[in-house]
Design a binder for this molecule. Structure first.
Ligand SMILES: Nc1ncnc2c1ncn2[C@@H]1O[C@H](COP(=O)(O)OP(=O)(O)OP(=O)(O)O)[C@@H](O)[C@H]1O
Length: 309
């Protein structure tokens, strides 16, 4: 990383309290350190349950941070008070995965976009003009203001959610799997919208996804999570094409690729990896789960019991 960070997390630990009497707390993050550069995107990948959402929530003050520190623009926000959080919500916003549940179904789009503006005391007249600008910005028609979320497709709803996140001109948006619920064509359009917005406004993104192709497309840097730890981070091209860590290598091999040349490359890599793994196992006598035998489209999985570190 060469530029100035807008957000840093240093050795962040998150422990969720145990449910029920005497239940043990669950440690979801084990000392995670990352930095997001101003105007850039940090992609965060990893399998389900690795802690991606938890890290995003920690930045938003929504997860119980029990160790380490988070700074925003040089200021320690690890244990920001409610009042400080309200002020921070101008600067740090969020877009969630599911466009069907993240918008209040009872409110018209105009009301949804007016909410954050009202909370920050923006005058109604100014808010109206801002809402018109926001609809233009995300490519929705002006008459959307009087329509309910259910009258829109998934992609359009996600545009509403993006407009809402942009309402107060934030400096960082935590995007938690924002395109995973969309079909491929809509995904591409929404990703382009994220890119355009970044070019125009200089906003930074933490972009959480389980999809390496999506993350490669949108990110400058990528961090890879595995069981609550960052196992690899670096420039997006490097991490998503020629990763150093065995876990990332397997993640890469597990994502489907339609291109026949890349399929062939992957098959060769897969065989090499399997051979290396067998040799390591033979040497270490370790119990390592097998990479699941793959169909020719390269869409193999990673078995749950794999020892990858
Ligand atoms: N509120 C909570 N209370 C207790 N445990 C939780 C809570 N939220 C998440 N966890 C646990 O923390 C771990 C990390 O979850 P998290 O949702 O951050 O993973 P993720 O990588 O975002 O997964 P996914 O891709 O499925 O969303 C999981 O084991 C999960 O069960």
């Amino acid at each position: 990383m060469n530029g100035t960070p807008i957000l840093t997390a240093t050795d962040v630990v998150v422990e969720y309290p145990g449910k029920g009497f005497r239940a043990k707390p669950f440690r979801a993050l084990h000392g995670v350190s990352i930095a997001i550069e101003q105007g850039k995107t940090l992609g965060l990948v990893g399998e389900s349950g690795s802690g991606k959402t938890t890290l995003g929530r920690a930045m938003l003050g929504l997860a119980p941070v029990t160790g380490g520190a988070i700074t925003f623009d040089g200021q320690d926000i690890t244990h920001a008070s409610r009042r400080q959080r309200r002020a921070l919500s101008r600067d740090i916003q969020v877009v969630f995965q599911d466009p069907y549940t993240s918008l209040n179904p009872a409110l018209e789009v105009g009301e949804i976009l007016a909410e954050p503006l009202a909370v920050q005391g923006v005058a109604p007249r100014e808010a109206k003009a801002r809402i018109r600008e926001l609809l233009d910005r995300v490519g929705l028609p002006q008459d959307a203001v009087h329509r309910l979320p259910r009258e829109f497709s998934g992609g359009q709803r996600q545009r509403v959610a993006i407009a809402r996140a942009l309402a107060l001109s934030p400096r960082l948006i935590v995007c938690d799997e924002p395109v995973s619920a969309l079909d491929l064509t809509t995904q591409a359009r929404v990703l382009d919208l994220f890119l355009e917005i970044q070019q125009d406004t200089g906003v930074s993104y933490l972009f959480v996804s389980h999809d390496l192709d999506v993350v490669r497309h949108i990110s400058h840097d990528v961090a890879v999570m595995y069981r609550g730890e960052i196992v690899e981070q670096g420039p997006a091209e490097h991490v998503t094409r020629t990763p150093d860590h065995p876990y990332t290598q397997r993640l890469l091999l597990a994502s489907p690729v339609p291109d026949p040349v890349r399929q062939e490359e992957r098959r060769a890599n897969r065989l090499r990896l399997l051979a290396e793994q067998r040799e390591q196992d033979a040497q270490a006598g370790a119990i390592v789960g097998a990479v699941v035998a793959a169909p020719d489209d390269g869409a193999e999985g990673i078995s749950v019991g794999d020892r990858v570190r």
